[in-house]
Design a binder for this molecule. Structure first.
Ligand SMILES: *Cc1c(COP(=O)(O)O)cnc(C)c1O
Length: 343
C-alpha cells in the first residue's frame, strides 16, 4: 500500500455534474459539451468524463491524441481532439473513435486523402489568430463531411468587448456557407453572453470545475478542496524571521505552523503573505515565501498541533485575486503529490 500523502485534494463530482447541468440549461436549445483537456483541468479527466456522462454529457473536447488514448470513453460519448491531426498522427487518428478538429489547410487535405467521406470537425479562426482556418480558407472544405464547425471567442469573459459581436458575425457568415451538422462557438464565458452565441453545441470548461470567468456565472459550486497537514509547529520569538529570504519577521511571539504544501503542488509564490489556511473557523495567514514542498502559516489562537489537517483557501476567484494567477493556472497546476478523493 502507498504511504498516505500529507496532502489531500477532494474533488466533488456531484458539484461538477451540477455545474454542467447549469451550463446546459444556460445553453438554451444547444447541446452542452465539456472541455476536459489538460487532464480535466488538473482534476482527473477520467473521473470528470465519467461524472459528466452520468449527468448526460455526450460531447467531450481534449487537446491531443495522447489525451484521447488515456481515456476510457463511456458508451455514447463523442471525443473531439482540438489540436487536429499532425504529421505522423494520422494512423492513430484513423484507428481512434475520437474525431479530429481540423485546423489548417494541410490537415484538411491530409484528412480528405486518408479518410474520404469520414466525418471530422473543423475550427474556423474568426479573429483570435490561434488555431483554425481563416474564413477565406473555408472554400477548401468543399466535399468534406463536417460534423461540427467550430470557432472560439477571444474575449468572452468581457461581455462588453466589441470583439464578441465581431466574432459572432464572422462565424455566422462562415456557418451560412459551409454545410455542417452542428455549429459551436461558446466556451464557459461565451455561454453567459446569451443564446445567440450558443448555436447547436457549447464547449464549457472552466465553469464546470467551479471557475468563475465572469460575474454572470457566479453561484457555481466549488469543486476542489485542499487539505494539508501540519508537519511541524514552532514558537517563533518576537523579531525572528520565517522562511527563505527571511522576508517575514515576527511582530510578537508567534505560533507558526509548517504545512506540507508548496509550489511543486501548484501552491505558487503568489500566495506568499497572501494565502490563507483554516483551522476550524480560525483563519491562519501564510507568512513568508512559499517553498517547494512547504508553506508556513501564523496559527494565531488556533487549536491545531502537529499532525492536524488545515483547509487551504482555494476558492478559485478569490485565490486567483490573491495570487495573481488565473483560475485556469490554479487548477491545471495542482500537481501529482496529492491523494485524490472523489466525493
Ligand atoms: C479550452 C477551450 C474551451 C473551454 O474554455 P473555458 O474558458 O475553460 O470554458 C472551449 N473551446 C476551446 C476551443 C478551448 O480550447
Amino acid at each position: 500500500m502507498d504511504p498516505a500523502a500529507n496532502l489531500r485534494l477532494t474533488i466533488d463530482t456531484a458539484a461538477i455534474a451540477d455545474n454542467w447541468r447549469r451550463l446546459a440549461a444556460m445553453s438554451g436549445g444547444a447541446t452542452c459539451g465539456a472541455a476536459v483537456k489538460a487532464d480535466g483541468y488538473g482534476l482527473g479527466a477520467q473521473a470528470v468524463v465519467d461524472a459528466l456522462a452520468r449527468a448526460g454529457c455526450r460531447d467531450v473536447f481534449i487537446a491531443s491524441w495522447s489525451e484521447a488514448a488515456a481515456l476510457a470513453t463511456p458508451a455514447g460519448t463523442r471525443l473531439a481532439v482540438l489540436h487536429g491531426v499532425q504529421d505522423g498522427e494520422m494512423a492513430t487518428a484513423l484507428a481512434s473513435d475520437a474525431v479530429p478538429v481540423l485546423n489548417t489547410p494541410a490537415q484538411v487535405a491530409a484528412w480528405a486523402a486518408a479518410a474520404p467521406g469520414r466525418a471530422c470537425d473543423v475550427m474556423i479562426d474568426t479573429g483570435m489568430n490561434r488555431l483554425g482556418l481563416t474564413p477565406a480558407d473555408a472554400a477548401l472544405l468543399d466535399g468534406l463531411t463536417i460534423d461540427t464547425l467550430h470557432s472560439h471567442l477571444a474575449c468572452a469573459d468581457t461581455a462588453a468587448d466589441p470583439m464578441n459581436a465581431r466574432q459572432l458575425a464572422a462565424f455566422r457568415a462562415v456557418a451560412a456557407a459551409v454545410p455542417a451538422r452542428r455549429r459551436a462557438l461558446a466556451n464557459s464565458a461565451g455561454i453567459a453572453l446569451g443564446t445567440d452565441y450558443a448555436f447547436d453545441l457549447t464547449r464549457p470548461g472552466l465553469a464546470i470545475y467551479g471557475g468563475v470567468p465572469c460575474s454572470a456565472l457566479g453561484g457555481l459550486r466549488q469543486v476542489v478542496a485542499i487539505h494539508a497537514r501540519l508537519i511541524q509547529v514552532r514558537d517563533v520569538p518576537e523579531g525572528a524571521t520565517v522562511g527563505y529570504g527571511a522576508t517575514w519577521r515576527a511582530p510578537h511571539r508567534t505560533r507558526v505552523g509548517v504545512l506540507n504544501l508548496g509550489y511543486a503542488d501548484g501552491y505558487w509564490r503568489g500566495f506568499a503573505d497572501r494565502g490563507r489556511a483554516w483551522a476550524g473557523d480560525v483563519a491562519c495567514p501564510v507568512i513568508g515565501r512559499v517553498s517547494m514542498d512547504l508553506v508556513m502559516v501564523d496559527l494565531g489562537r488556533a487549536d491545531a498541533g502537529e499532525g492536524d489537517w488545515l483547509a487551504i483557501d482555494f476558492d478559485l476567484p478569490a485565490a486567483a485575486a490573491a495570487s495573481g494567477l488565473s483560475q485556469y493556472e490554479l487548477l491545471t497546476g495542482l500537481g501529482h503529490r496529492y491523494s485524490r478523493d472523489y466525493a
